[in-house]
Design a protein around this ligand. Structure first.
Ligand code: C5P
Length: 229
């Protein structure tokens, strides 16, 4: 496949209050990772899928989700992640086959992203030839604060967006940006921009919210229950 999705799922997710790593927490009749994987497999163009998981979960991930990908005719690989999200993405990139031209990096922690968002990111990467990230307008007024919570300024909201995943890139450019990165970035778009890649936003989706706290998991459960009904 010329398109790959790297699903990063190697975080501990301690804020969710489960003993298991976040991606392996049950969601509906599956796990957070399983639901995220289904979204990627629902893409118009069947992707090559790389799932990045904790080292001690690689075998069970292959056994459980390899057949799911196989049923969708998607090439599938599970690899061990690293200490940071950035390192986990790097390990996923290292596992990509030669022919992949467009790569999407997606957080397993955003299991309910609609498949059409993946399709739109791929199409935009192809037509623009650079990085593309889904984003939403910011609803709250955002302030820059200093010591002791002193408000320093109100940031102009019309210039702000909140970015989500999947974030898409031309594969060669993302490989080069990762090879050049010497510090930690909070998302792939920031890492890409540090290597002078142009990055555009496309419309994100409210359903792409990140499962971080127990209340987020309850919201995801309600959405999956509605979908499975
Ligand atoms: O912790 P946070 O929710 O910001 O993580 C975002 C995504 O990155 C999650 O899907 C998580 O599993 C993944 N991650 C990873 N390797 C790490 C840390 C986070 O794959 N070392």
């Amino acid at each position: 496949s010329r398109v790959a999705v790297i699903v990063v799922a190697a975080g501990s997710g301690s804020r969710l209050g489960h003993a298991e790593p976040k991606a392996f927490v049950p969601l509906g009749s599956d796990t957070i990772l399983g639901v995220a994987l289904d979204a990627a497999l629902g893409m118009r163009e069947t992707p090559h899928v790389i799932v990045v998981v904790p080292a001690d979960r690689v075998d069970e991930t292959r056994a459980r989700y390899g057949p799911v990908a196989d049923a969708a005719s998607a090439p599938f690989e599970a690899v061990a992640g690293g200490a940071t999200r950035q390192e986990s993405v790097a390990r996923g990139l290292a596992a990509l086959p030669q022919q992949v031209a467009v790569v999407l990096v997606h957080d397993a922690a955003r299991p309910l992203t609609p498949s059409v968002v993946f399709d739109e990111v791929v199409a935009a990467v192809r037509s623009r030839g650079h990085g593309v990230v889904p984003a939403l307008d910011v609803a709250d007024t955002i302030k820059r604060v200093g010591e002791h919570g002193r408000v320093l300024e109100t940031v102009e909201r019309s210039e702000l967006v909140a970015v989500q995943t999947p974030q898409g890139f031309p594969r060669r450019a993302l490989d080069a940006a990762y090879a050049a990165a010497t510090t930690e970035f909070t998302d792939d778009a920031a890492l890409a921009a540090s290597a002078d890649m142009t990055v555009d936003v496309v419309p994100g989706d409210a359903r792409s919210f990140k499962v971080t706290l127990p209340a987020d998991l309850r919201r995801a459960e309600a959405m999956v229950a509605e979908r499975e009904a």
